[in-house]
Design a protein around this ligand. Structure first.
Ligand SMILES: [Zn+2]
Length: 237
């Protein structure tokens, strides 16, 4: 039974109480001719004598009921608490810095558990935030290294290079870098969403956000709170 149905039943009951205790006895007293003799057994005067306390109690009850209803409504329509919104977060967008480059990750969240973690973007330069280029250079190491048969050998040097010549940032590129960055990112997101009651826990982070709560603003606030060399916001434009 919902609130509206209960209200309707209470309204009808109140009306019946009024009719039985006030309406009928009053009518019976002033217009006795209207009442057939077989109703003479009803103690109208008794009903009238207790009508004042009965009606008072009914009114008191109704007022109490409606005040309770208003309180209920205030509670259900009130502003969302940070606890409510922390349970409805389904994505975190963040940046991690590792070995001189910045990766942007997206983590799916379900019931405050970290699900899929994606790194769908090229890494960025930590200095100027531009997307880094993958470069490979062959280095002839003939003079430095000669195999037993006297043949020269070449080495490949793999780099991430910033496309901005004024910036000029570069760093070495290895195959495991993305995997390691993903692990770091996942660990940070777990710390953020799966912990409770810590300063860096999701509900406290949401409480601190002054503005829109988004997958990105949560990370930005998290980066303010945690003291970590690889938690970054430099992958955001
Ligand atoms: Zn750069």
């Amino acid at each position: 039974m919902n609130h509206d149905e209960i209200n309707t039943i209470i309204g009808i009951s109140t009306l019946l109480v009024m009719i039985i205790f006030v309406g009928i006895p009053t009518a019976a007293e002033y217009y006795p001719n209207l009442f057939p003799t077989f109703l003479a057994w009803i103690p109208f005067s008794l009903l009238r004598s207790i009508s004042i306390p009965v009606v008072s109690i009914s009114i008191g009850f109704i007022i109490g009921w409606y005040l309770r209803g208003i309180n209920d409504r205030d509670y259900s329509n009130g502003p969302e608490t940070s606890e409510d919104s922390s349970n409805s977060i389904n994505e975190i967008e963040g940046c991690v810095e590792k070995d001189g480059i910045i990766w942007k990750g997206l983590a799916q969240i379900h019931n405050r558990r970290v699900g899929n973690v994606d790194f769908p973007f090229e890494p960025r330069c930590p200095k100027c935030r531009k997307e880094m280029n993958m470069e490979s250079y062959k280095i002839n190491s003939m003079s430095a290294r000669r195999d037993p048969f006297g043949r020269s050998s070449t080495q490949t040097r793999r780099l991430w290079e910033c496309p901005d010549e004024d910036c000029g940032h570069s760093t070495s590129r290895t195959t495991d870098q993305q995997k390691e960055a993903r692990k770091l990112f996942k660990g940070e997101v777990e710390k953020l969403v799966e912990s409770k009651g810590e300063e860096h826990s999701l509900e406290n982070i949401i409480e601190r956000i002054d503005g829109e709560i988004s997958p990105r603003s949560i990370w930005e606030e998290y980066a303010e709170v945690v003291d970590s060399s690889h938690v970054s916001t430099n992958c955001f434009p």
